[in-house]
Design a protein around this ligand. Structure first.
Ligand SMILES: *Cc1c(COP(=O)(O)O)cnc(C)c1O
Length: 345
């Protein structure tokens, strides 16, 4: 097999949802935008529906179809981008619940699909999606009469529990929604960990389900193993890869591995990441190319046929740190060439 193997541990995914659910007394939904953070929205939604999730969130209506296929007819699928022009048929056919973000969207939805379920997204300070207080004040009464299923907002700094923005947004969200009697949601993964005042009637974890920070107790969900194409001896003084960025200080064995930046292994990992052969660390030498990596396997007792990049020693956040990014980006950039294999539950 010439391509890498991405193993997705669905048992760990379900366990992470259950663990986050156990931290609150309210409903726990699941965010499966961007194709389930790169792991496959259909299989992720199916697994989490079996674990007990009854509500899913996607970024855009187009993503609803895979979630409906995976989770079946009896779950709610909510759309963060709301009711966009041209979405009416999709919202209606797939039974999606748009989170309306503006007066325009409220009018579009009420006109196009009267009586169809919707939620409202409010801006409590992030200035990204949702209505601000002045706009909300103008439509709140009419919107609440139409019985929204949810009022939601999103925290900008929930990965840092000590950030004063969290309390400011909590107060603003309360000011906008207290007394409405409508179910509310403010917390994603970070908000769940900040405690009960952030939980309201529903939480919406994403990254923690997939094994990422800030849910430090998450079980890893993704393992990545890459096949070795060939192994060669390199003499002291020889160079490896594009640009001659690495020169062998001593004789060594270099394995050429089948994956590169076209598979989401960003070029920022050049000369700086370690792969693993069992317990043996194998440092990447030289630059990451489009389809290939060159890795020092001198320390391996036997010649490896595959090397591991994501495993129990090196998770998505470790790799993201080395690459100067975050687990979210690393996961959603995982390439399409990998053979995807699932284990459990
Ligand atoms: C992505 C997203 C989430 C999930 O956030 P995580 O940090 O991945 O848990 C929740 N709500 C909104 C509005 C989002 O955009």
């Amino acid at each position: 097999m010439g391509s890498g193997h991405l193993t997705i541990d669905l048992g760990a995914l379900a366990a992470n949802w259950t663990a986050l659910d156990a931290k609150t007394a309210c409903e726990t939904a699941a965010v499966v935008k961007a194709n389930g953070y790169g792991l496959g929205a259909d299989r992720v939604a199916r697994t989490l529906a079996r674990a007990g999730a009854r509500r899913f969130f996607v970024a855009v209506a187009e993503e609803g179809s895979a979630v409906r296929d995976g989770a079946g007819p009896n779950v709610d699928i909510c759309v963060f981008s709301g009711h966009m022009p041209g979405d009416t048929e999709m919202i209606s056919d797939l039974g999606l619940v748009p989170m309306l973000n503006s007066l325009d969207q409220v009018l579009r939805h009420f006109e196009a699909l009267p009586g169809h379920p919707f939620g409202i997204q409010l801006d409590s300070g992030m200035n990204r999606l949702g209505m601000e207080m002045s706009e909300w004040a103008a439509v709140a009464e009419i919107a609440i009469e139409q019985r929204p299923v949810l009022l939601m907002s999103h925290l900008a700094c929930a990965d840092d529990p000590d950030h004063p923005m969290n309390a400011r947004q909590l107060a603003e969200f309360r000011r906008m929604t207290d007394g409405t009697g409508v179910p509310r949601s403010l917390a994603a993964t970070g908000g769940i960990l900040m405690g009960p005042e952030f939980h309201f009637e529903m939480t919406r974890p994403g990254i923690g389900l997939y094994g990422g920070l800030p849910f430090a107790d998450a079980r890893p969900v993704v393992h990545l193993d890459l096949p070795v194409i060939q192994v060669r001896d390199v003499e002291a003084g020889e160079t490896v890869g594009y640009g001659n960025t690495w020169t062998a200080p001593a004789p060594c064995r270099i394995a050429t591995v089948a994956a590169g930046y076209a598979d989401g292994i960003t070029r920022h990992l050049s000369d700086s990441v370690t792969m693993w052969h069992g317990d043996t660390p194998c440092p990447l030498r030289g630059r990451v190319s489009m389809d290939l990596l060159t890795v020092d396997v001198t320390a391996c007792e036997e010649e490896p046929t595959a090397l591991s990049l994501l495993n129990h020693r090196q998770g998505v956040d470790d790799l993201a740190d080395i690459a100067g990014t975050i687990g979210y980006e690393l996961l959603t950039q995982l390439g399409h060439r990998y053979a995807r294999r699932t284990t459990g539950p």
